[in-house]
Design a protein around this ligand. Structure first.
Ligand SMILES: Cc1cc2nc3c(=O)[nH]c(=O)nc-3n(C[C@H](O)[C@H](O)[C@H](O)COP(=O)(O)OP(=O)(O)OC[C@H]3O[C@@H](n4cnc5c(N)ncnc54)[C@H](O)[C@@H]3O)c2cc1C
Length: 493
């Protein structure tokens, strides 16, 4: 295996812990995994290398959103089409920052500088950038409007606008933040202080690490017989990185153990869902990990309100009941309906995972769905309504799969299909629903949950994927960022 910086970093870390794993063993695992091999390959080639452009197709491609999925798609199209005409529309100067690292920042493992990257350094050569926001979409006339006035026409439109963080859907919280996290002034009035935290935006992640340290200090000074309360929420509906609400709970636990105050704090996970994880093979070990760590869990609890002055959080506790109705003919019919009651919890620390949706300007336009995502064929990622419109990344209305790992599979499918469509050919590339959640279960352990629409594990390593492992922690901390920043964003990984 050719050595490179990423590999060296991992092997140096392995050398510090011979009691866990030998260098030889680590190398064995890394060479056997296609995922790891791809990281090592991309990191050793260097970011500037592009594959030879070959497709000779014509047309103007416009991409809404230059975050991870949008910029990677631009790079790959640029690598693949000779004389490409590509425009990316993106307002945020740090749109390509590494969002998965926000969990590590909140856990006190990384600093903010480890994840911030400048958009302008990642615009592929020859690709045009419009530094603005799309304010309306007009797919009947093949055009979008930027910042209310600039008309931009297209032959192919690729939507990569991410998932907005809809904090204001929870009473007592404010603001709706665009996915990369820039416009957070309203939200920060409540979240980031007084024990209310959220790692889903950069400033929130930094504040969450401070919040965990405040909790530890409070626990050290705590002499009362009742435990302090740390609450972790998980909302209704699809969210990006569905594992993040769990990861921050595991990291908080680990930091409390490290500080010797775990027995002073009760940790409770209140989830809207009926399980901790949507894939049964992964849910079972997570339930066991919860038991081992003494975590409490309340299922079917959806956060509705936070009173930050009183330090209380109110959840809609919901269940299904059979009720009698009349049909159009006046005959009785039995239907299952959802009913709920409010339940209020006190907290000293609360982590909020907000409900999400793609920006309304897109989700509520003619290319959007009732659930506010872009309506696409889940395999080809082509719009269900307009054949020259595509979606990639978190904004795509596909079941599961709002992760960078999913975007890594999706953007290749979109590039292949867009080029085929531009050349008048059939679109044959298909996304299989692959997604990955490196579930951080402690400081030094990760359970690498990979799966697709089969709802079965699809591991990249020849190891039992339901086990917590240090080698997966090394993958998460050392490998996935270079793969994203050097591999995906140059259109190669
Ligand atoms: C805390 C956290 C932890 C995560 N952990 C992981 C992990 O461990 N593994 C993993 O694979 N993934 C993880 N993710 C998810 C991953 O970061 C996202 O899935 C990925 O960034 C999606 O890329 P995207 O391009 O679809 O969206 P983004 O990268 O969010 O980019 C969307 C872009 O669209 C732009 N935009 C929005 N509206 C408009 C508009 N109207 N006009 C123009 N541009 C617009 C935004 O400014 C933004 O730059 C995590 C995310 C978070 C927040």
């Amino acid at each position: 295996m050719k050595k490179n910086k990423v590999l060296e970093e991992i092997l140096n870390e392995v050398d510090k812990h011979p009691e866990i794993m030998s260098r030889r063993e680590a190398l064995k695992y890394l060479t056997m995994s296609p995922l790891a091999a791809s990281v090592i390959a991309t990191a050793s080639v260097g970011a500037s290398t592009a594959s030879a452009a070959s497709a000779d197709v014509k047309g103007k491609i416009v991409i809404i959103g230059g975050g991870l999925a949008g910029m990677s798609t631009a790079a790959r199209l640029n690598n693949s089409i000779s004389d490409a005409d590509i425009t990316v529309i993106e307002p945020d100067p740090i749109s390509v920052s590494y969002q998965p690292g926000q969990t590590l920042i909140a856990g006190g493992v990384w600093k903010i500088d480890d994840i911030v990257y400048k958009r302008d350094d990642f615009v592929p050569s020859g690709v045009k950038l419009i530094k603005g926001s799309v304010t309306s979409v007009d797919p009947d006339n093949n055009k979008v409007i930027v910042d209310g006035s600039q008309e931009v026409t297209y032959d192919q439109l690729i939507v990569a606008a991410g998932a907005n963080l809809n904090y204001r859907a929870i009473k007592g919280l404010e603001g709706e933040i665009t996915s990369s996290g820039k416009d957070n002034a309203a939200t920060k009035k409540v979240i980031t202080q007084n024990g209310v935290h959220s790692i889903y935006f950069q400033d929130g992640a930094v504040a969450a690490w401070e919040g965990i340290q405040e909790l530890i200090a409070k626990a050290k000074a705590h002499t009362g017989s009742e435990k302090l309360q740390a609450l972790f929420t998980n909302p209704r509906g699809a969210i990006k990185c569905g594992g993040a609400p769990l990861k921050i709970m595991y990291l908080t636990h680990a930091r409390l153990v490290e500080a010797g105050v775990r027995d002073k704090v009760e940790l409770t996970f209140n989830t809207n869902n009926g399980a901790l994880f949507g894939i049964p093979d992964y849910n079972a070990p997570i339930v066991k990990q919860f038991e081992e760590r003494g975590f409490k869990v309340n299922y079917k609890h959806n956060l509705a309100e936070i009173d930050s002055a009183a330090k209380t959080a109110t959840f809609n506790k919901w269940w299904m009941e059979k009720k009698e109705f009349e049909d159009e003919m006046g005959d009785p019919v039995i239907k299952e309906v959802e009913v709920s009651e409010p339940v209020t919890f006190k907290y000293d620390f609360i982590h909020v995972a907000p409900p999400m949706k793609t920006p309304d300007v897109i989700g509520k336009s003619k290319i959007g769905s009732a659930g506010s995502w872009v309506t696409v064929n889940k395999e080809t990622l082509q719009s269900s309504f307009f054949p020259n419109v595509w979606a990639v990344g978190d904004c795509a209305g596909v079941p599961m799969g709002k992760t960078g790992g999913s975007a890594r599979k999706q953007y290749k499918v979109v590039v292949e299909n867009v080029i085929a469509a531009m050349g008048g050919k059939e679109t044959t590339a298909k996304y299989d629903g692959y997604t990955v959640c490196p579930l951080i279960t402690g400081l030094g352990t990760v359970m690498l949950a990979e799966f697709n629409w089969s709802k079965k594990p699809t591991p990249s390593f020849p190891l039992d994927p339901t086990k917590e492992r240090w080698i997966m922690w090394l993958l998460k901390v050392y490998m996935l960022k270079p793969m994203t920043i050097h591999g995906m964003l140059s259109g190669r990984a």
